[in-house]
Design a protein around this ligand. Sequence first.
Ligand code: SF4
Ligand code: SF4
Length: 376
Amino acid sequence: MTNIKYQLSYFLKHRCAVWEFTLKCNSKCIHCGSSAGKSRLNELNTEEALKLVNDLHSCGYDGIALMGGEPLLRDDWYEVAQKIKKNKMKLTIVSNGLAIIDKIQKLKKLQTDCISLSLDGATPNTHDYIRGIKGSFDKVFKSIQLLKAQNIPVSVITTVNTINFKELNLIRDLLIDQKIAWQIQIALPIGRFPRSLVVSREQFYGIAMFIASSFRKYSVKELPLIGGHCFGYFSMLLPELGLDLWIGCQAGKSVLGIQSNGNVKGCLTLPDDFIVGNVRVNSIHDIINSRFDLRNSQLLHKYSSQNYCNNCKMFKKCKGGCLGTAIALNSYDNPYCLRVIEKKLFKNEEFPFRWKIDSKISRYKYLYNKFLMKQI
Ligand code: SF4
Ligand code: SF4
């Protein structure tokens, strides 16, 4: 797989364990869903961490994304990363970029498959405000340059809230032709992120249009961009914004979430009620194979929904979108469903599928252009 493709796909394509390696963090992001800062009580020690890597490998996981907190703050990060590579698994490190610079040589030696850095503003003012640390914008860009100079694949993740959503076009300008994969995702009201800064459904739709219009304007080579799992679903006007056609929440399927104390859940975005075991008590193999029944949560989705998901003809394919998003927004219907927002915007009118819109039906093409081409 080419680097850009790998950079774009690591969240979705293979079986990837997303591991909160430590909750310790040197940033103070306002949107942090884990309220990171200090280590969790009783985080896995080095021996347990190394065993977990082997166990994930033997369970068929072919990638591990180390995240935090800030994963590079753990003293044994290099040892554990080496073990991941020794098992021929893909290694992704999701970092705030504050601790990269002096580790470049080690990251190169590891042949890290992707370093994913957070970029939450187009200017130092915005980025540093959101991350809570002065100088972090400059450090991220310095890290990007150094990583690129060493041919280490790099991607950036922008988490959008009401403060930074108007800067998306400026962030885009910074990333064009840089061979940096870019993922846009929405900040959810979990951890310490206040509900007051969550984007409205109209703003959300505007961001979706921004992604769609960027697809039209730039080739994948110029701007390898995707929307995260929160961007969907089955829009009647916009193209698919994720990497592939949406096939439903991947929690417990191609995605697995592990907390730094060994708790396991389908995805780290889900609340702790979804913890299904702990690797200190049960083997990861047992957790995945016998105790881990994500169907429960999807049934929960189905039966708890009183409104649009239950009556939606796409439900079988969609399964209600991102479960973490729906729960964070206190709803079993996903308020960020593009399909539902469109019905509201266009007064409940049903549209044909978008391939028809892309073809010759001028009435729909008119709407498509009217909304899509109004860029942010
Ligand atoms: S209404 Fe629900 S099931 Fe239908 S597309 Fe939207 S999120 Fe998916
Ligand atoms: S909860 Fe959301 S982010 Fe997590 S796997 Fe499901 S769709 Fe993806």
